[in-house]
Ligand binder design. Structure first.
Ligand code: THG
Length: 913
């Protein structure tokens, strides 16, 4: 009987295959191969649609699998990386999802079985490859609208469900969700995988593989690996690992980090080194094997394979280095509550207390309510940001108001928070009494959040249903001490309800006890009603009981509820909270929803006041409330917020340059108008401000990014701030232009087909518009034909192509060929990460008659365009350019392609600005 993958992995390291794309390239397939007879009439280009080859050239795919099996692979991946309706729709073949996945599985299955028969003691496995899709649910593709999403969680989940169902039906041995760059996409895939397994009745191991996108070791959507682990902790995961990103040696520190924390088997399939400036990979199989051997020797690995640039020759090296090696033994499960935003929050006992910011609550703050009603989201976000600055480790968000569409507001606000790295750093607590609002919130958040709340109010059945859903979405949950009889107000009732809920969650739902947070109801005291006097005591005692009797669970409460009867007297309120927290934390309170700006410390409360407060909180005498009220009236209502505000604004005392740089680096636009007004009095022209201090600030951001000190979402925020600055200056620039002078020239801009990145392009657009050019922006994913047609129709003077990912290099060549075919010689500007002068010189310039210029960053565009459109300057410029390109080509023949350093690769990435 063939051993299962679960048995085999305990015994030895398993070999996964190498890249599919690199192998397909070796067959030099033509457009006709991809189309076959069947797809002759589908519009657009079909070359590059590798997944379609399962139908049109199954012989090639089978041959590739055979080579990998021959090279010693224990596991091969189906050729289905892009086989979801979302990715296939780029090629207008989104109807073929089921067929492609079934065919791909059939091909892989048959050849794997063949090899299992040949080598029965080395059984071969087929894993269904599930790629990230080309869209992200966590980020906005629109610079002007950070709340916008081109796809939703539901879109992605249903696309994945269709794919994974077919893979399971076809008979894969495991599902591999790979090249994960966005955790929300991955969570939707995990959700879909569970659904698909339930539907098909085939329960197979779930494997995950992340790709890190920067030297700081974060995903593209900005999460650290630790944060990622928290986000997917709810799933039944077989293995986790890293693929793509970098070569083996650059990947190692991140792999180590993952292996030290992840309670799963570990996989790795790196690229064949770092890409060279042409987007190719030069590391030899032997060189790569030396680096991979280090992983093995350090006990990091259970499954090893290859990504971009690897072929069967690389995989063939592995058998020797894994022989007799000790497989990695997974880390222990955490045993404490893990939450995450962009970063991990591990609620460890020694943390003492986790404060949850209460201020983004329309029911708990008049100001926040007004801002949401008036759709002043920027200011509403500032409230969230301030709470994090004040030390909130989690942010509570509540949109429950009769006159608001709570579901829509929750979605908008959480999407906006996702674009604010300073806020998104921390986990979110989704606070609503409406289930639909909670679900809407869960579908927006890549981190591991907290649902606030569920309870037994509507009976056991509903409670279990909600709890199962929370678990499947991967959140922790606040359970309020409510049941069918109502709110638990006494110690006995609190304990009774929490205990019952605990057993239902742990025993019936299989909830991780660490993901349960009890809220035994903080109720207002000193209200004048005698039956309220013991509420705080009952709460504190219940905390102690839960801590001792319900292992793993945390305890929280809405602390400000306690002091409602002292509204208007902030000092007394805050002092009362301090006293209450002091006693509750001693009993084991883990967290609380509070105003993080509070500055009253227990130890700072004068003893006469403290005594009266403790009388009230601990219910020590019947007249305690009256005595406190008397005292409160004597005290002025001191506001404690003022000093806090001052402290944060110290950066405002810097020079103009420093302030603008700070605003860009932090992405803070609050003072932008003031600072720019000041700049206008110093600089001669508004354009000079953009090209001077603002560009300098952007370059500084570039350096930080290159050094791994900033990560992509932060940089995106910088870009937004830059855009705001530019739009402030734009009308002034317009006015400064001499009247009547028409446009400096018409510029067509496009991100090429296959690529959705456009932040860099948008900045180029703004900078050039500032310099008087008329911009025709065709957006993203623009096919070559459209670029040609629009260039002709609009009689443009310059064409600018942009792209961030490696395949865009080839697409740019394709566009140049199409422009040449159309007989054009309009100057072509090339920009974006992965583009390089070398690639431009070697691959793009030779296929096009017009000038082709590579630009390093957005600040160069206007200058170059100016030269190109001036007949006198153009001659010299183009001659010089030709010479440079010639030298580059000649040198290239002598020395082997230079390998760009990691830092260079990072800087290239920033070319998008
Ligand atoms: N448990 C759980 N969740 C909760 C609560 C709880 N969520 C909501 C609430 N209770 C906790 N949040 C707040 C937020 C603000 C205030 C009280 C609790 C508050 N606000 C001032 C007031 O009403 O006087 C508002 C002043 C202003 O408008 O600025 O006190 O118990 N799980």
């Amino acid at each position: 009987m063939k051993k299962s993958i679960q048995e085999l992995i305990k015994q030895r390291i398993l070999i996964l295959d190498g890249a599919m794309g690199t192998m397909i390239q070796q067959y030099n397939l033509k457009e006709e191969d991809f189309r076959g007879k069947r797809f002759q009439s589908i519009p657009g280009q079909m070359k590059g649609n590798n997944d379609l080859l399962n139908i049109t050239r199954p012989d090639v795919i089978k041959d590739i699998h055979r080579k990998y099996l021959e090279a010693g692979a224990d596991i091969i991946e189906t050729n289905t990386f892009n086989a979801t309706s979302i990715s296939l729709s780029d090629y207008h073949v989104e109807d073929l999802v089921k067929e492609i996945n079934l065919e791909a599985t059939k091909i892989a299955r048959s050849i794997a079985n063949e090899y299992t028969l040949l080598t029965p003691n080395k059984p071969r496995f087929v894993v269904g490859s599930v790629g990230p899709t080309n869209k992200t649910t966590s980020m906005s593709p629109d610079v002007n609208n950070p709340a916008y999403r081109s796809v939703t969680y539901d879109d992605v989940a249903s696309a994945y469900l269709e794919q994974i169902e077919a893979l399971l039906e076809g008979g894969v041995d495991a599902i591999l969700i790979e090249t994960i760059f966005d955790t929300l996409n991955a969570k939707a895939a995990i959700y879909a995988a569970e659904e698909a397994m339930n539907k098909t009745g085939r329960n197979v191991p779930l494997m995950l593989s992340i790709t890190v996108s920067d030297t700081g070791g974060r995903t593209l959507s900005g999460q650290t690996l630790d944060a990622f682990l928290a986000s997917v902790q709810h799933a039944d995961i077989f293995s986790i690992g890293l693929n793509c990103s970098f070569g083996a040696s650059q990947l190692k520190p991140f792999l180590k980090q993952l292996a030290s924390r992840a309670p799963y088997y570990i996989s790795a399939y790196p690229n064949a080194g770092l890409p060279n400036s042409l987007g190719g990979y030069d590391q030899t199989p032997q060189e790569m094997a030396v680096q991979v051997k280090e992983y093995i020797d350090e006990g990091l690995i259970n499954i090893i394979g290859g990504c971009c640039g690897t072929t069967d020759a690389y995989i063939a090296e592995y058998s020797a280095i894994i022989a007799g090696a000790q497989p990695h033994s997974p880390a222990a499960k955490p045993g404490v509550l893990w939450l995450s935003g962009l970063e991990l929050l591990e609620v460890k006992p020694e943390m003492n207390f986790v404060n949850i910011g209460e201020r983004c609550n329309v029911a708990g703050s008049r100001k926040f309510l007004r801002l949401i009603q008036e759709k002043k989201y920027d200011e509403a976000l500032s409230i969230a940001r301030k709470q994090v600055e004040d030390g909130a480790l989690i942010i509570d968000v509540n949109m429950d108001d009769g006159l608001l569409d709570a579901q829509e507001e929750m979605t908008t606000f959480l999407n906006l928070i996702a674009s604010e790295p300073e806020i998104a750093r921390v986990p979110i607590m989704i606070d609503s009494s409406k289930w639909e609002v909670i679900v809407a919130g869960l579908k927006c958040i890549q981190g591991k959040s907290i649902v606030n709340s569920i309870s037994l109010k509507e009976g056991e059945e509903k409670f279990l249903q909600y709890a199962r859903a929370v678990k499947q979405y991967g959140a922790a949950v606040v359970v309020m001490a409510f049941d069918e009889k109502g709110q638990a107000d006494t110690f006995e009732r609190k304990v009774e309800v929490c205990e019952r809920a605990y057993h239902l969650l742990v025993d019936k739902v299989g909830f991780n006890p660490c993901d349960i947070i009890f809220d035994p109801n903080v109720l207002a005291i000193a209200t004048g009603m005698e039956e309220h006097n013991n509420y705080a005591v009952d709460f504190i005692n219940a905390v102690g009981w839960i801590k001792k009797n319900l292992p793993g669970a945390s305890i929280s409460g809405g602390i400000s509820n306690l002091s409602f009867s002292f509204r208007g007297n902030n000092y007394i309120r805050e002092a009362m909270h301090a006293v209450f927290l002091y006693h509750a934390i001693r009993e084991g309170l883990d967290m609380g929803i509070v105003n993080p700006a509070t500055s009253v410390l227990y130890t700072d409360i004068p003893s006469d006041i403290l005594e009266k407060l403790e009388d009230v909180v601990l219910n020590r005498r019947p007249d305690a409330a009256e005595r406190l009220i008397e005292l409160a009236e004597g005290l002025k209502n001191t506001s404690t917020d003022k000093t806090q505000e001052k402290r944060q604004d110290t950066w405002r005392t810097g020079t103009l340059q420093e302030r603008l740089q700070y605003a860009l680096v932090k992405g803070v636009s609050d003072y932008l108008d003031d600072d720019l007004k000041e700049a206008l009095t110093i600089y001669n022209k508004a354009v000079d401000i953009i090209e001077g201090p603002l560009m300098a600030g952007m370059n500084y951001v570039g350096e930080l990014f290159g050094a791994g000190k900033m990560f992509l979402p932060q940089v995106v925020k910088t870009a937004r701030t830059m855009k705001k600055a530019v739009s402030f200056l734009q009308p002034i620039i317009e006015a400064e232009k001499h009247d009547g002078i028409s446009s400096a020239g018409k510029v067509l801009l496009a991100t090429v087909k296959g690529d959705v990145h456009d932040i860099g392009k948008n900045i180029v657009s703004v900078v050039m518009a500032c310099n008087g050019y008329e911009i025709i922006d065709l957006g993203v994913m623009v096919p070559a034909e459209t670029i040609v047609q629009q260039a002709i129709e609009n009689k443009v003077d310059i064409i600018g192509l942009s792209g961030l990912i490696t395949p865009s290099l080839e697409e740019m060549v394709n566009v140049a060929i199409e422009l040449e075919k159309a007989g054009l010689n309009i100057p072509l500007l090339i920009g974006g990460a992965t583009t390089s002068q070398l690639h431009t010189a070697l691959k793009i310039a030779p296929v096009y008659g017009g000038p082709v210029i590579h630009l390093k960053d957005a600040s160069q565009n206007a200058g170059v365009a100016g030269k190109l459109l001036n007949p006198e300057l153009q001659k010299d410029f183009v001659r010089e350019l030709d010479n440079t390109y010639k030298t580059l080509r000649e040198n290239r023949n002598e020395i082997k392609q230079e390998v760009v350093s990691l830092e260079e690769a990072q800087k290239n990435k920033l070319n998008l600005f």
